[in-house]
Write a protein that binds this ligand. Structure first.
Ligand code: BGC
Length: 421
């Protein structure tokens, strides 16, 4: 049997500005990294210096065989002060887009991937309804200036992640499923320090990651809708969507209510946000299994990834089937990945994930593309540089890139549009 994908299928990998560019020092996460008592294990620093090396990096992606690249443009660079738009930074991203096109790579652009300008905190961040208008304006400027050749734009990455992280900010005893040290996040002081680095005080400090209550979720929703309208105004042909972090939700006897609640929190409550979009970006890493007491720990003896997630590549197809059962919308897999130092586990993860994806398409589900997370081993937020998700390794001393076997596998799949036997 030959597993051949539709001809127009988009193959590639994904990154986010703060995680790869380096020296993104005007954003809130940078302030958090440098705050006193910071919960971040490392500081992003030069990251993988993609800001300066993007031309070689994109050429490398093309040499490997990838046909698309999902990356984010950085609000804190493009609008360094409220209402001030940097021509130099817009030119930078114009060049990134052009380099993709010159190398036969389709650029898929995310307008916002977790990091806000530090100045936004002075206005109350993602709690202030005006943030929706500021965000939409920024999107309008970007698309008007550099968005003419884009097919796919995501307004924001994982609009639902704050809901998943909610417990971290309210429950001291919370044991995060991914092994995040909740105590370091709830420890006093560091957020005051980050706020002061952003030129404000704690009562104003409200990052995207904190937007999990009803009124801030409303700000996030308004921001997406207004941005979508602004983007379409500048370029009506662009397909606009957003992405959600979506584990497959499974149940054992007695867990039905808890599982339903989780699906409601992660997906259903955001439905009105994306149901009129052109596509939905699906980002999947694992499954969550619910029993009568709530989410269950990974069953003993099951393989876990470096992040502590259950190794379960089939979750990708599982969650896509569930989405398709509830809403008819084209799907782009904008992230699917694994942190591991054993690249053969990554190869298997990709292959099993893609086999499931093939079956979904064969069943008639409209899946348009697959972008593995991530192109490079990069800055994994508070986990720092120890979590290696990339198909390309980077020596952080020399910035030398090394192509992993998984990159070659994905490159060959991308070129042949077919899974190996
Ligand atoms: C995020 C990425 C992150 C990845 C791996 C996703 O939630 O969009 O920024 O690096 O997961 O944890």
């Amino acid at each position: 049997m030959k597993y051949t994908f539709p001809e127009s299928f988009i193959w590639g990998t994904a990154t986010a500005a703060h995680q790869v560019e380096g020296n993104n020092n005007n954003c809130d996460v940078w302030a958090e990294e440098y705050s006193e008592g910071s919960p971040y294990k490392d500081r992003s620093g030069d990251a993988v210096d993609h800001y300066n090396r993007f031309k070689d990096d994109i050429k490398l992606m093309a040499d490997i065989g990838f046909k698309s690249y999902r990356f984010s443009v950085e609000w804190a660079r493009i609008e360094p002060e409220p209402g001030v738009y940097s021509k130099a930074q817009l030119n930078h991203y114009r060049e990134v887009i052009q380099t993709c096109i010159d190398n036969g790579i389709k650029p898929v652009v995310t307008m916002f991937h977790f990091t806000s300008p530090q100045w936004l905190m002075r206005y109350g961040g993602w709690r202030n309804p005006e943030t929706a208008d500021r965000f939409a304006k920024y999107c309008e400027v970007v698309i008007r200036e550099i968005g003419h050749d884009l097919d796919y734009v995501l307004t924001m990455n994982e609009a639902n992640l704050p809901v998943m992280l909610k417990e971290l900010f309210v429950n001291l005893e919370f044991v995060a499923p991914v092994g995040i040290d909740a105590k370091s996040w709830t420890a006093p002081g560091w957020r005051e320090s980050a706020a002061s680095k952003c030129g404000t005080t704690i009562d104003n400090y409200f990052t995207f990651h904190m937007a999990s209550d009803d009124s801030s979720i409303q700000v996030v929703k308004d921001a997406h809708r207004k941005a979508r309208t602004a983007i379409k105004k500048c370029n009506p042909t662009i397909k606009v969507g957003l992405s959600l972090a979506l584990p497959e939700i499974q149940t054992i006897d007695g867990g039905e209510k808890n599982a339903e609640q989780a699906w409601h929190d992660y997906f259903t409550q955001f439905r009105s946000l994306f149901e009129d979009d052109d596509f939905l970006g699906v980002q999947n890493y694992t499954r969550e299994v619910y029993g009568s007491s709530g989410a269950l720990p990974v069953e003993e003896g099951r393989e876990v990834t470096a992040m502590g997630y259950e190794y379960y590549p089939e979750a990708l197809a599982g969650v896509i089937r569930r989405i398709n059962g509830e809403i008819s919308i084209p799907i782009l897999v904008t992230e699917h990945g694994i942190a591991t130092d054993d690249d053969s586990r990554r190869e298997e993860f990709i292959l099993r994930g893609l086999k499931g994806l093939y079956d979904c398409i064969a069943e008639g589900i409209d899946v348009r593309g697959y972008m593995y997370w991530s192109t490079f081993d990069n800055f994994e937020w508070s986990f720092g540089y120890d979590m290696r998700f990339g198909v390309i390794a980077v020596n952080l001393e020399t910035q030398e890139r090394t192509i992993k076997t998984s990159a070659k596998l994905l490159g060959e799949i991308s070129q042949s549009n077919t899974l190996p036997q």
